[in-house]
Write a protein that binds this ligand. Structure first.
Ligand SMILES: Cc1cc2nc3c(=O)[nH]c(=O)nc-3n(C[C@H](O)[C@H](O)[C@H](O)COP(=O)(O)OP(=O)(O)OC[C@H]3O[C@@H](n4cnc5c(N)ncnc54)[C@H](O)[C@@H]3O)c2cc1C
Length: 337
């Protein structure tokens, strides 16, 4: 079995930028992700939202950002293992590591954990009848707003995702109802836009009591939690944006120091409590941690450059500036070596 220099657990923006740096530094790298596509939270939770805080991009759609990250990372033929979940890792006597997944084993000299918030699972709609309509009208992700065109849609939730979904779907759908049981947690300016839109807002104190249909969703019953008054709303789709649940799951069993819901790292090197294992992005926890894409990518660059020195102590931590290199993409751009 091939032993890789760096194995990246998690192909979100942090892991993808780590792969870019690994390629730039000539490392033999592999990435493993439980999802079927790259992109982490951007792919799973908000592919159609604009991101406004990437350096150099005044506004970029999350999926476009991920596509660019993939193009940047995959200039090199890194090994890619998607739909594969790391469950266990073990340090060998020669200081390499064996990673165990639900599909097999992987050998590596160093590891970068960029597993974000962990395996992402949406918080489910508590109405008992909702389960039987999953994928038949009850959904937890909105990857393509056009699929709501000409439909009646009930959106459940009061955070950024719910309000953003309502605003994005409203021009496409024939009717949108937003049901939420308390105060909105979304940004004030989007809530203001929502109140000016045609979205029928049932909030606060409204919950979905029951989902109805004969095969596919046909209606929901909502109930006012204080007055107990019920009403039935005909609908074709119930889009739930109730947040998501995640925890460090198996990572907690890997023997790495964890505090709260984050891996403890040395912020100068990004190394975890186990030498040779680094962590970056949303998965880490330190006093100044910001859970932002830009911060995760910076941490990934630090981690990979540190790992290069561990792999070969003759390597320098500071990389050569990319502008002084000829990369695989340079040929495409017509840049001569
Ligand atoms: C609605 C929303 C809007 C946001 N907007 C912005 C914004 O505008 N700007 C900004 O900077 N940030 C934003 N963020 C935060 C940003 O998305 C995160 O900071 C970023 O995704 C973290 O990237 P990551 O690669 O560290 O982790 P993630 O994106 O969480 O990716 C981690 C990956 O690891 C994989 N994984 C986890 N466990 C395992 C395992 N055991 N085995 C294999 N694979 C595993 C997961 O499947 C996932 O693909 C937003 C977040 C949300 C929810």
């Amino acid at each position: 079995m091939d032993c890789f220099d760096i194995t990246v657990i998690g192909g979100g923006p942090t892991g993808l930028f780590a792969l870019f740096y690994a390629g730039m530094r000539g490392a033999k790298a592999k990435v493993i992700d439980a999802l079927p596509e790259f992109g982490g939270q951007l792919y799973a939770l908000y592919p159609e939202k604009y991101v406004y805080d990437m350096p150099g991009f005044p506004a970029i759609i999350a999926q476009d950002l991920i596509n660019a990250c993939v193009e940047q990372a995959m200039q090199w033929p890194h090994a890619v293992c998607l739909e594969e979940r790391v469950t266990h890792l073990e340090r060998q006597s020669d200081e390499t590591f064996t990673l165990t997944t639900d599909k097999g084993e992987h050998l590596t000299k160093t590891i970068l954990i960029s597993s974000g918030i962990g395996a992402i699972k949406p918080r489910k709609l508590p109405a008992a009848s909702a389960v039987q309509f999953e994928e038949r009208g009850v959904t937890y992700y909105a990857r393509n707003f056009d699929r709501f065109a000409g439909k009646r849609v009930v959106i459940v939730g009061g955070g950024d995702s719910a309000v953003d979904y309502a605003l994005a779907i409203e021009p496409r759908a024939t009717a949108v109802t937003l049901v939420h049981r308390s105060q909105f947690r979304a940004h004030a300016h989007t809530v203001e836009q929502l109140r000016k839109s045609s979205v029928d807002i049932r909030q606060p104190d409204f919950e979905i009591k029951e989902v109805h249909g004969d095969g596919n969703v046909e209606a929901v019953t909502i109930v006012h939690s204080k007055t107990k008054e019920e009403s039935r709303i005909p609908t074709d789709e119930v889009l739930c944006a109730l947040g998501f649940v995640s925890d460090l799951g198996e990572i907690k069993a890997w023997g790495i120091e964890v505090e709260g819901n984050g891996v403890v790292i040395d912020p100068y090197t990004m190394e975890t409590s186990i030498p040779g294992i680094y962590a970056a992005g949303d998965v880490i926890n330190h006093r100044g941690k910001l859970k932002l894409i830009a911060c995760g990518t910076s941490e990934a660059a630090i981690a990979v450059n540190q790992a290069m020195v561990r792999i070969n102590p003759a390597n320098k931590v500071q990389p050569v500036h990319s502008s002084n290199l000829t990369l695989p993409i340079s040929a495409k751009l017509g840049v001569k070596p």
